[in-house]
Design a protein around this ligand. Structure first.
Ligand SMILES: Cc1cc2nc3c(=O)[nH]c(=O)nc-3n(C[C@H](O)[C@H](O)[C@H](O)COP(=O)(O)OP(=O)(O)OC[C@H]3O[C@@H](n4cnc5c(N)ncnc54)[C@H](O)[C@@H]3O)c2cc1C
Length: 376
């Protein structure tokens, strides 16, 4: 396996690096800060307009149809330049691409990809997180529309979203997985209230609760057929779990390098345990990098992955949390890293990784049942 750049990849890397010199938006280099969320839409649009967004998505929806290794190159260059990560929307794009009819794809994908329409994902509810199939939000048919009533929570980007991909129950008579449908719901309407949630790291813009009280959605905005919401949700969460999609590896490596530089600059200031933590952070980051490279290489060979996404998610979680521990251990709670990120914020955000996109316990259950074939 050769992970070096091909001539075309090297040309792309140089072109993007040169563009970044003039177009780095100067936002916090990670999503651990409100300023990042405030500037994310403009950053998305700037990347798209310059031809650097949606690299591996189909050209019909505004992508570039390139192999996903180009996304990895982009992520490496963003991290190296201290620029913010690219917005991670692949899970929504893939969900709509794989499950929607042509009308929905034509109406919604271009705006999602070019960043002019902001989207959020309304799956989780106060009593339906890991057990998503127990969701209670309902959509009732009324002429050419559905009327939605229910309560979603932990809805990322809900404060500035124009559209929400909502899972709602449309049939109460069938087994619970089969009675769920998916809709593209306009957020700007009287039947929807968005309530921001404050995270432990102080962020208020990342996510909120969304209460639907008689919100209306045209029946033509249903994604797939009635009852197709569950397979769509499984596509969305499987893409949400892929570290290659998310571009996190480059960010972890950069943090590990910053921490290493701090230790090298003043070796006697750190005890053996702090250095051991950093050592693990470096080892796990490299392990994840090779793992993601192998996954990207598989994709180039046309190999797709199913339940193995749960292994990827666990590895990514371990790495982020090990790097977060090392950052806190070495930096202390009030140390400021490169950019505006304090290493405390890095540590606090790392805690969310074992919950978002399906908890670590749920990933282990999936690995046990679907890969190892163990009984439930
Ligand atoms: C940063 C962040 C962003 C998020 N963004 C979104 C979003 O945009 N849209 C959205 O819909 N949701 C989002 N979520 C919600 C996320 O999907 C849920 O938090 C997650 O699925 C867990 O659900 P829960 O919080 O209800 O916990 P619960 O399901 O109540 O789980 C509580 C604990 O019980 C354990 N547990 C539950 N069931 C089992 C089981 N069968 N076996 C073993 N252990 C079990 C869990 O692992 C966990 O430790 C986000 C969460 C975070 C942290």
């Amino acid at each position: 396996m050769d992970f070096g750049d091909s001539p075309a990849e090297a040309e792309f890397r140089q072109r993007f690096r040169a563009w970044l010199v003039d177009n780095n938006p100067g936002l916090p280099a990670s999503s651990t800060d409100d300023d990042y969320w405030a500037g994310q839409a403009a950053w998305h649009q700037s990347l798209y307009d310059a031809g650097f967004f949606g690299l591996s998505w189909p050209t019909e929806v505004g992508g570039h149809g390139l192999p996903s290794v180009y996304d990895a190159i982009l992520d490496e260059e963003l991290a190296a330049a201290g620029a913010p990560p690219r917005p991670g929307l692949g899970y929504l794009v893939h969900g709509i691409l794989e499950h929607a009819n042509d009308d929905i794809k034509a109406r919604f994908l271009p705006g999602l990809v070019n960043g002019r329409d902001r989207w959020c994902q309304g799956f989780s509810e106060p009593d339906a997180g890991s057990d998503l199939a127990s969701l209670r939000t309902r959509a009732e048919r009324d002429g050419d529309e559905y009327v939605i009533t229910g309560h979603k929570v932990w809805t990322s980007y809900s404060d500035d979203a124009d559209w929400c991909l909502v899972l709602a129950r449309t049939d109460h008579e069938v087994p619970r997985h089969k009675g769920i449908s998916a809709f593209a719901v306009a957020m700007d309407q009287p039947g929807i209230e968005q309530r921001p949630l404050k995270m432990i790291n102080g962020i208020t813009k990342e996510f909120g609760e969304v209460v639907f009280d008689g919100a209306r959605v045209p029946a033509a905005n249903m994604i797939g057929e009635p009852g197709d919401g569950w397979p769509l949700a499984m596509t969305v969460v499987s893409h949400e779990r892929e570290p290659g999609e998310l571009g996190y590896v480059a960010r972890y490596r950069k943090l590990a390098k910053e921490l290493t530089a701090a230790v090298k600059a003043d070796p006697t200031a750190y005890d053996a345990e702090q250095v051991r933590q950093l050592g693990w952070a470096i080892v796990e980051t490299e392990m994840l990098r090779h793992h993601v490279s192998r996954r990207l290489s598989d994709r180039l060979d046309g190999i797709t992955h199913g339940p193995e996404g749960s292994v990827d998610k666990l590895l990514m979680t371990w790495t982020e949390q090990t790097v977060g521990h090392a950052a806190l251990g070495i930096g202390g709670a009030d140390h400021t890293g490169d950019g505006d990120d304090t290493w405390l914020k890095v540590y606090l955000y790392s805690r969310a990784q074992s919950v978002m996109g399906g908890t670590s316990q749920i990933q282990r259950n999936l690995i046990a049942r679907r890969i190892l074939g163990l009984p439930a």
